[in-house]
Design a protein around this ligand. Sequence first.
Ligand SMILES: [Zn+2]
Length: 167
Amino acid sequence: MYEAVAVRITPTTASTTLAHLRSCGVRGVEGMVLWAGTVVAGEARVEEAIVPVQDGRITDHGLIVTVSGDELHRINVHLYKTGRKLIAQVHSHPGHAYHSAVDDEYAIATEVGAFSIVVPDFAEGPFEVGDYAVYRLQEGRWPWQKRPSWKAVDRRQTAAIFRHGGE
Ligand SMILES: [Zn+2]
């Protein structure tokens, strides 16, 4: 559980993220990038954009990108060794950006306080978190909802939370 009130993104994180999502888009599939870093004094500093080994597929029900259990295990070991945590998962959609039921169910980030960011139009546009659909994992509200759930972060909050800088 982390309570960061700000997330700082470096230029390298932004460029790595866009490059991967766009290269997936060229192939007509969704892409996934994981932002890892440390939380210091209420600020989550993204220090690494991890491009997991992934399987972006075109199905009868639409597009889906999945990461295998082995790969998630490898990433968790890496996070443990580096003392970093998963601050956000970022994936692309071909068109409109929103958290689908599949995105809810198969989220990689599972720590309350983590973000899930959906980038529209296969990340064709410039890097601008304010243009993306941003969700944050919230504690379940007993008794009607015990599991954590993804709650949309509005544009104004997004602008206040996500900052650029560092390297
Ligand atoms: Zn999705």
